[in-house]
Design a protein around this ligand. Structure first.
Ligand code: ADP
Ligand code: 5GP
Length: 213
């Protein structure tokens, strides 16, 4: 079977629509998918581990990394800097492993416009309704009413970029959304550009074809 190139799988959504849940489920389904641990200047939330959930950096460290070209993309979100370190992504895709990104529309745009754009699969997650989005943010029990209010206000900004993505999923029934997400990833892995050995295979077919008789 031919080798394949790794995909850059981008999941974006307004906060609360379910991208962390879906991202976790996708990685449970296929443990070879690596997660791009972002760098951020925001403070860790309770239970978050440095190096696992995020790389928590000072603003000076973050800006130095950006200046040295170490970020694949970076953006200012909710008053803090966020970025995806480039080196682990390159290492994973060179080894034929997919990398999953939980980033906003600004990061998605930058990666899609980068040299790795051809190997990118972008998916936007929409909530079934704004009322349900609010309910999910509250049920997560992670934020204060004030933070939830801010997230709700920002959600329209994020939703307004839905048409810039390859696929859009309405996350109503979780099982169904997960099944659709798996189908999308499975199909994207079979794209011509993800199969670097195809050329050689077709050349072999050509030789066999010409040697027939
Ligand atoms: P995000 O990462 O987009 O901010 P989360 O994955 O944290 O969102 O989901 C927000 C909340 O909604 C969580 O409590 C999660 O368990 C719940 N949730 C996610 N998807 C669904 C769904 N399809 N139906 C009901 N609840 C969901
Ligand atoms: P949170 O602070 O709630 O973890 O994340 C806030 C927002 O920042 C989310 O929309 C998340 O997708 C986005 N985000 C997280 N990491 C990155 C990143 O590395 N780059 C970009 N552009 N956005 C990110």
């Amino acid at each position: 079977m031919s080798e394949r190139r790794g995909l850059l799988i981008i999941l974006s959504s307004p906060s609360g629509a379910g991208k962390s849940t879906l991202s976790r489920r996708l990685r449970d389904w296929d443990k070879t998918i690596s997660f791009s641990v972002s760098a951020t200047t925001r403070a860790p939330r309770e239970g978050e581990k440095d190096g696992q959930d995020y790389h928590f950096l000072t603003e000076a460290q973050f800006k130095a990394d950006v200046a040295q070209g170490e970020m694949l993309e970076h953006a200012h979100v909710f008053g803090h800097f966020y970025g995806s370190p480039k080196a682990p992504v390159q290492a994973a895709i060179d080894a034929g492993r997919d990398v999953l990104f939980d980033i906003d529309w600004q990061g998605a745009q930058q990666i899609q416009n980068s040299a790795l754009g051809a190997h990118t699969l972008s998916i936007f997650i929409l909530p079934p309704s704004i009322k349900e989005l609010h309910r999910r943010l509250e049920s997560r029990g992670q934020d204060t009413a004030e933070v939830i209010g801010k997230r709700m206000q920002k959600s329209w900004d994020e939703i307004s970029h839905w048409a810039e993505y390859d696929y859009v999923l309405i996350n109503d029934d979780l099982e169904e959304t997960e099944a659709r997400l798996r189908s999308i990833v499975s199909a994207a892995r079979l794209k011509r550009v993800q199969q670097p050995d195809l050329n050689a295979h077709v050349m072999r077919l050509q030789t066999e074809f010409e040697d027939r008789s």
